[in-house]
Design a protein around this ligand. Sequence first.
Ligand code: ADP
Length: 393
Amino acid sequence: MNKKRKVKLTGKEKSELLGEGVVTIVLLLLLNLSLVILLNLALLQNQDLIDGIWIIKQAISISSNWNLYSWQNIFIGFMAVVDFIVLYWRLIRRYHQMQMRHVITELHYIAEGNFDHRIDFYVKTDLQKVIDSINSLVDSTVKAMQEERQIEQSKDDLVTNVSHDIRTPLTSIIGYLGLLHSGSVKSEEDARKYINIAYVKANQMKALADDLFEYTTVRQGPTKLALAPLHLNSMLEQLAASFELEAEKKNVTITATVTPKELTIDADAEQLGRVFNNLLSNALKYGKGATEINLIARKTGTNEVEIVVANNGQKIESSAVNKVFERFYRVETSRSVETGGTGLGLAITKGIVESHQGNIHVTSDDDMTRFIIHLPIKQNESEKVEKHSEKNR
Ligand code: ADP
């Protein structure tokens, strides 16, 4: 924690305080003097007052040795205490005003554009609450500015990545179409080969455009979900069946196990289908040497399910495990070129899972690579209402 200091008074303020003290003392002395004179005059001229004091003195049985001067002493003592209190009150009041002035100066400094400036002194009055509020405002402003900067940076990265990923296939397409266009292709076989390459590259660009669209849609948040009860066993079995042919070609068996069998969750079937499609096709594409892919769903809490997509293929290096969900991240560029990925698949997957108020992570070792998803069984009521009204619009 920062070491806080008290308000540091300037030389001018110190002399102001000193001046205030001197003026107050002089005024108080004059007041005291006039009060003593007035009292003396009153006592000398008024016998009834002397008698009155005498009676009071007797009633509270103070020593008879006391004379009028002792009463004066008491009065002077009393006045000295009052004077001290008044002096202290005036000085402290002025000191508090100076503290306030310091806070205002700091506020002006912040308002001039120094939004990350915190007030680093403390005071012992209620003004501290104001200082604390200003400081927390500064903290949240700094946080918001950092987030803004990150978003800006992330947008720049997105543009850089997208332009790079578009430029690479586009350069090939232009190159091969250029050859065809200039008529410098020697044989029909070559021409077919070039057209084929251009076609594959154009498809790569389309996949990127589709993924980008999907990615930006997912990032728009949970209001885009069309929630309905989803029977997990049916969905996972359907998915396993749709990948069966591809899996057979690679000698991979896909199994789906759901416990309990009737496990049903609130989800957007289309979106969640996309999640498992991504994970399954990744397991087939990247899980080199895998012989099995297991889809396992089970109830892990009163309102939680865990769904695991596991394969026993080549592991993801530990340095890459934390990065695979980053957009455009690909473990190996060469491999991605070969597999035609955009590096957006897992970013989209994560976005969809999070929009369902869930989370996803990956573990990978020599035995298994597991993508583990946790989802609530029942979605937040407010979201359902929101979705319902959106559907009815
Ligand atoms: P893409 O959209 O290009 O397929 P993803 O975002 O889906 O990219 O995946 C990012 C990277 O994570 C891939 O390049 C791949 O190397 C790695 N990866 C994803 N799933 C698996 C898996 N099941 N086994 C091994 N590596 C994987």
